[in-house]
Design a protein around this ligand. Structure first.
Ligand SMILES: Cc1cc2nc3c(=O)[nH]c(=O)nc-3n(C[C@H](O)[C@H](O)[C@H](O)COP(=O)(O)OP(=O)(O)OC[C@H]3O[C@@H](n4cnc5c(N)ncnc54)[C@H](O)[C@@H]3O)c2cc1C
Length: 473
């Protein structure tokens, strides 16, 4: 039985890499000054820069790696079709500020598949079993929702009903590792319930990373230019890079919470402990893709089939088969198991994918593997993980990260209270930080303030499924 988006929603009571594409990469020497410097060319950084350009102010985005996109990165080199190494879905098309831009980008944007299948050993779950699973999700979500209203925040795992039976492990995977990159034991009930429903999933045929790169076309960018030190005050800021210093009146820092907490960028004076602690408490979960090229559809699945398994351990995964359509199948691993596995390197990851698929589909298909690739986001030095997740008690840290630090403003998915862990959350946070920075430098005239900026979306109803119906990742 295939689980549809409707099933998941009703089941939930609580709730060459990226092509350069003319990315505006800085050909000239690094500018010595700008109105605002943006650090990081992920979704948040590009959104911030576009907002600053719309206000007719001088901006430069400096990016440590050689690519635009950060955690939105489309790989066009490894296989003969593009695949997203990071984010692949956009959510909430009616409210998502990126959707309008995506639709007018000239790229091919389409609704992603919504069905899910569950494997029980070597067969698909029967209707009754699927209903049992959905019921387990209902009860798990309800328990987390109730717990989130308590006086003290707790981990989601600590409040799960004890009678989820054979579906406990699967519910934990779907609501925890697969949706957020962390096991439910490490996830705050309040943060989870604050998360806006991630409904409808929209993909870009050329890749979501390609879309971000496309949206950066007009943005002045300096690639392969890591910020090493930022000297800041209430009035101005100087950003040091190996290519020179840039003086500006404000800076927007969009690096991940792990990069910020790791102290990779030195700040003079130090940024307040309050913000550093907040970043550390919102550290990144683990989410990686192991991609196998399987020509001839040896698994016998349809295009864009998504399969999970009934599992009683964290050693499990999500299969996204025949992506696109293509012969690529991704096996996504996440949470504590995914972290351990990815630390062992790509060969171990591919070996797990083969072992896991063999458990579910027999071994005949394995000879068909033509090529493989795996992401290792925890080892990416300028990202260091997948998406920010609040530990119990840490949900208020998201707001702390939005507080101005002199003339510096933090942005990025971790700073979004309801859309954390998403591309649209990162995008909105970048726009919001740009507004704040423009205001700080007195650059917001009535006219420029009228430029379209998405209003921050707040949670208006209890969040529903944190995962498919609309796939989270
Ligand atoms: C495998 C995976 C799957 C995902 N799936 C989805 C999904 O389907 N849908 C969804 O909405 N979200 C998904 N996400 C989450 C989403 O990718 C992120 O929330 C979002 O892309 C974060 O954007 P950002 O701009 O906040 O940060 P980043 O993308 O991390 O951008 C920060 C940038 O700063 C740069 N940087 C770091 N240090 C420096 C420095 N010293 N100097 C200059 N630059 C620096 C980095 O290189 C990076 O480019 C997924 C994430 C992963 C890893």
């Amino acid at each position: 039985m295939t689980i549809t988006r409707r099933d998941f929603l009703s089941a939930s009571t609580a709730l060459a890499l990226t092509p350069a594409l003319g990315t505006g990469a800085w050909g000239a020497p690094l500018p010595r000054e700008a109105d605002i410097v943006v650090i990081g060319a992920g979704a948040a950084g590009i959104a911030a820069a576009r907002r600053i350009l719309a206000a007719n102010r001088k901006v430069i985005v400096i990016e440590a790696t050689g690519e635009v996109g950060g955690r939105c990165l489309t790989d066009t080199a490894t296989f003969d079709v593009p695949f997203d190494r990071g984010a692949r879905w956009m959510h909430n098309p009616d409210a998502n500020p990126m959707m309008r831009l995506a639709r007018s980008s000239g790229l091919d944007v389409y609704p992603a598949p919504l069905g899910r299948k569950i494997r029980v050993g070597r067969r698909f779950a029967r209707t009754g079993e699927t209903e049992e699973f959905l019921s387990a999700l209902v009860r798990a979500n309800h328990a987390i929702d109730v717990a989130s209203r308590g006086k003290v925040d707790v981990s989601c795992a600590s409040v799960l009903p004890k009678d989820l039976g054979d579906w406990a492990g699967t519910a934990e995977f779907v609501l925890g590792a697969n949706a957020t990159g962390k096991d439910l034991k490490d996830l705050s009930a309040v943060d989870k319930v604050h998360a806006l429903e991630r409904n409808a999933a929209i993909a870009c045929r050329q890749g979501l990373g390609t879309l971000i790169a496309k949206l950066s076309e007009q943005v002045p960018l300096a690639l392969s230019t890591p910020a090493s030190r930022v000297a800041w005050s209430g009035r101005d800021v100087t950003v040091e890079t190996p290519a020179g210093k840039i003086a500006a009146r404000a800076a927007i820092v969009t690096v991940s919470s792990n990069v910020l907490a790791a102290g990779n960028i030195k700040f003079t004076p130090e940024i307040p402990k309050r913000q550093l602690d907040a970043a550390a408490r919102l550290n990144l979960g683990s989410y990686d893709r192991i991609v196998l090229q399987l020509p001839g559809n040896p698994l016998g699945l349809v295009r864009d089939d998504i399969v999970i398994e009934q599992s009683n351990s964290t050693r499990t995964a999500l299969l996204f088969a025949n992506m696109g359509p293509s012969s690529l199948c991704s096996i996504d691993v996440a949470g504590s198991f995914g972290r351990d596995l990815s630390s062992q390197g790509e060969p171990a990851m591919v070996a797990f994918a083969v072992e896991w698929l063999t458990k579910l589909f027999g071994s005949e298909w394995a000879a068909a593997v033509e090529k493989s690739s795996a992401t290792r986001w925890n080892a990416a030095p300028f990202v260091q993980g997948a998406m920010s997740v609040a530990a119990p008690g840490a949900q208020p840290s998201r707001k702390v990260l939005t507080e101005p630090i002199g003339c510096m403003f933090l942005a990025g998915e971790a700073t979004h209270e309801t859309l954390w862990g998403t591309v649209d959350g990162a995008w909105e946070s970048g726009e919001r930080a740009a507004e704040a920075a423009l205001q700080k430098i007195g650059a917001l005239t009535d006219e420029s303030a009228a430029a379209p900026v998405a209003k921050p979306r707040r949670r208006v109803a209890p969040a529903r499924s944190a995962m498919p119906g609309a796939p989270a990742n």
